[in-house]
Ligand binder design. Structure first.
Ligand code: SF4
Ligand code: SF4
Length: 422
């Protein structure tokens, strides 16, 4: 084991390989508040990569309904339970130790064990704690869809969640959709676990791939990825996982004329909840004009999924406003309150960057905002909200302007003469 810095945790942690960050990191921000669970992303991925024999149960992209849904079933409860039952200081964060302006510890200091540390402390014959799901746990990708947690469940959670659902609007019964793909982690547990060294992380874009020539199907990656995103294919006796549509990311699709293109599941999103691109490799020097760097590092409105696992995942989420905060803090760490305050009363820049979500298939690597007139004013949770009809402009990596979009949607009213009255 070596010591590496995990900025999600605000500290160093143990990992079997040296810290090595890519030049750019494949990443995405998912705005949970906008998802309608249409599953277009799920089918876009399915029809592109996993429609063959032996891949029937593979859903590299899935959208599950929280708190009950999960694919495989109970994947997150099981890992959380392992950390909770056996780890030191489970799920404990020192938020007082946080340096809000520092990129090295933006959410505070995580004091509990990660999945790597727990395996080492317990002397397990595993690099990270984990388990291989049973066949029956992979049966229902969409189990408990749209099933809400009741007031009784909130109470039984014992976390105070029954008293604290969101303020706007008040939802005592709640659920939300969680969109899931491989996180192309900075410290992948799948890679660390593989005894064949068949899994590698690309230097140029941080995409994590399984070399099918080296894989022997030992399923160590399936066992030790806490997000359960590698899947075993009985037909070939090898493991497979999301490949981040790397030919598109490399600009091989002729549609974008050699420019980097969003992955299929991202580009298909009907709800416009997804922005896919590349983060700056050096997290200490984020580029405030890169929309993903801005959302994650500068504005901190997008948060990692289960940062306490310790893999430094690279898919980030804007949490849902209506779910209990204690549940969300467990899922996204202590940055939840600040992120939701900012989302509830969005700044002009946030409004502009949100307008760029799914505005183009080409990855946006830089954005600008042109000022427009004020069009709306209100108050949300005691905070003044002003909306301006600014213009958001997105540029590709070569500097070409690829999208220009105003905040206010143009609308037309029909001529009164065309109205029919009965
Ligand atoms: S989410 Fe799992 S499969 Fe994907 S890189 Fe991280 S550890 Fe590996
Ligand atoms: S396509 Fe978009 S809106 Fe539809 S389920 Fe997927 S993430 Fe949600």
């Amino acid at each position: 084991m070596t010591l590496v810095h995990n900025w999600h945790l605000g500290r160093t942690m143990e990992y079997p390989y040296f810290e090595s960050r890519p030049e750019h990191q494949f990443a995405a921000v998912f705005n949970i508040n906008r998802c309608i669970a249409c599953q277009t992303c799920t089918m876009a991925h399915k029809s592109t990569w996993t429609y063959s024999k032996g891949q029937e149960y593979m859903w590299w992209n899935n959208v599950e309904t929280k708190p009950y849904g999960g694919y495989p079933q109970h994947w997150d409860q099981k890992i959380l339970q392992m950390l909770w039952d056996n780890g030191n200081n489970p799920m404990e964060w020192f938020t007082g130790a946080e340096d809000k302006n520092a990129t090295t510890a933006p959410y505070g200091l995580y004091n509990g064990d990660t999945i790597f540390e727990l395996a080492k402390n317990k002397g397990l014959n595993q690099v990270a704690v984990g388990y291989i799901p049973d066949d029956k746990e992979w049966r229902f990708p969409n189990i408990y869809e749209d099933t809400a947690a009741s007031e009784k469940t909130n109470y039984e959670m014992g976390s105070g969640a029954d008293k604290e659902s969101s303020e706007l609007p008040e939802h005592k019964r709640w659920f939300f959709y969680l969109q899931r793909v491989c996180n192309h982690c900075t410290y992948p547990a799948c890679l660390a676990a593989c005894p064949r060294k068949a899994i590698y992380k690309r230097k140029e874009d941080g995409i994590v791939l399984i070399d099918q020539k080296r894989c022997r199907g030992y399923r160590k990656c399936v066992e030790q990825c806490p997000y359960k995103k590698p899947m075993y294919r009985g037909e070939t006796r090898m493991s497979e996982k999301c490949i981040a549509c790397y030919p598109r990311v490399e600009g091989k699709d002729p549609v974008t004329k050699g420019r980097r293109m969003e992955a299929r599941c991202m580009a298909a999103c009907v709800g416009k909840i997804r922005m896919n691109g590349l983060l700056t490799g050096d997290y200490k020097k984020p580029d405030p004009k890169n929309p993903l760097d801005w959302l994650v590092h500068v504005h901190k409105v997008a948060l990692p999924l289960y940062p306490q696992f310790g893999t430094e995942p690279n898919i980030y989420y804007i949490p849902p406003r209506w779910a209990p905060r204690s549940y969300l803090r467990q899922m996204f760490g202590p940055g939840v309150d600040e992120a939701l305050d900012k989302y509830a009363a969005p700044s002009r820049t946030l409004m502009a960057v949100l307008a760029l979500f799914r505005a183009s298939q080409t990855m946006i690597s830089r954005f600008e905002v042109e000022d427009g007139p004020k069009i709306y004013e209100s108050e949300v949770m005691g905070k003044k909200v002003e909306v301006y009809n600014d213009t958001a402009i997105g540029y590709a990596a070569d500097g070409a302007e690829i999208v220009r979009i105003k905040i206010e949607e143009p609308t037309w009213e029909s001529d009164e003469k065309r109205m029919v009255t009965y």
